[in-house]
Design a binder for this molecule. Structure first.
Ligand code: URA
Length: 312
């Protein structure tokens, strides 16, 4: 029985309740133009979560994330490290398709992001792979684009927990550009190593030894608004209230033991030289690069390049 169909799986049940809430709400104008909501899918207990930008045409039609050409590439990349989409969780910043696949507007991100925070809070992944600029900037809480930060795991605090954020190029953008595709494959090949990185224990967090806190720490300190924007279901009242830090901690989310993620025998060898460096926390003095960041959905043109590269 898969976790999604297990009636005793509390996380799956809470995700389903959240999905129903989002389905029943129109919290920004995109809700009125969507064909279907694209909530997200996968293992509710996944160690590895992917966050893309927004549904495209095919996702909007099917109500599932990453089912177009970019999704095919994502599945191939997953297979290259011995995983399938069923063993990870895949979501987007936006749950509804922007018209003509335009970039998400800040107001749309603001309206939708509480649902993503809640998904993360429920799933409790060890590693979140942000795909492209929009997801990376939102999850890191920093303006640095994907060209600058890709392939560098960052320890970030999301609500009550720390998690490794591992930004990589968006598969749709990589379909356009062979060089970007090469980099995406290299970054992806290191994911098994990132999944092995130790997360700080509660004691270490308190001592700050591995913590992301502090100006010279090892990652970003992100306090996302975990509260949903509209009415609160019973499940949603468990969310952390960011503007009431003195409130008691929410009850722990029941967590089953997922099968450990493991690399396939044919997975590429880890980088030979030393441990995987974790990106430094603070980079305020350095301006983000102008104009060079990729991250938009480019499925159709990307598919042509994908064909030329023999991907499909
Ligand atoms: N691009 C995204 O960012 N998300 C999808 O679900 C599909 C394409």
């Amino acid at each position: 029985m898969t976790p999604a169909t297990d009636p005793t799986d509390e996380v799956a049940a809470q995700l389903a309740a959240l999905r129903a809430q989002v389905e029943g709400s129109v919290c920004c104008p995109l809700g009125a133009t969507r064909t279907r909501l694209v909530f997200g899918e996968g293992d509710p207990h996944a160690d590895l979560m992917f966050v893309g930008e927004a549904p495209g045409y095919h996702e909007d039609q099917q109500g599932r994330p990453f089912v177009g050409q970019a999704g095919k590439l994502l599945e191939q990349l997953l297979a290259s490290i011995g995983l399938t989409r069923e063993r990870v969780y895949i979501a987007n910043v936006l749950k509804c398709r922007p018209p003509n696949n335009r970039d998400p507007l800040p107001a749309e991100v603001a309206a939708c992001e509480p649902y993503l925070w809640r998904q993360i809070e429920l799933i409790q992944p060890r590693v979140i792979c942000s795909l492209g600029n929009h997801a990376t900037k939102l999850l890191s809480g920093r303006p640095y684009g994907i060209t600058r930060v890709h392939g560098k795991p960052q320890l970030v605090r999301l609500g009550e927990r720390q998690v490794y954020l591992y930004p990589i190029f968006h598969p749709a953008a990589a379909l356009y550009t062979p060089k970007m595709l090469t980099t995406l494959k290299e970054d992806f090949a290191r994911l098994p190593e990132v999944l092995e990185l130790p997360l700080p224990s509660a004691e270490e967090e308190a001592l700050g030894s591995l913590s992301a806190q502090g100006d010279d720490g090892g990652g970003a300190d992100r306090q996302p608004p975990l509260r949903p924007p509209q009415e609160e279901s019973e499940a949603l009242t468990l969310a952390v209230q960011p503007d009431a830090p003195e409130a008691p901690a929410p009850p722990p989310v029941a967590r089953q033991s997922p099968a450990p993620l493991s690399a396939a025998p044919e997975a590429p060898a880890p980088r030979p030289a030393g441990p995987l460096p974790v990106a430094p926390a603070r980079e305020e003095s350095v301006a983000p690069p102008a104009g060079s960041d990729a991250g938009t959905d480019t499925d159709q043109a990307g598919a042509r390049v994908g064909e030329q590269l023999g991907l499909f």
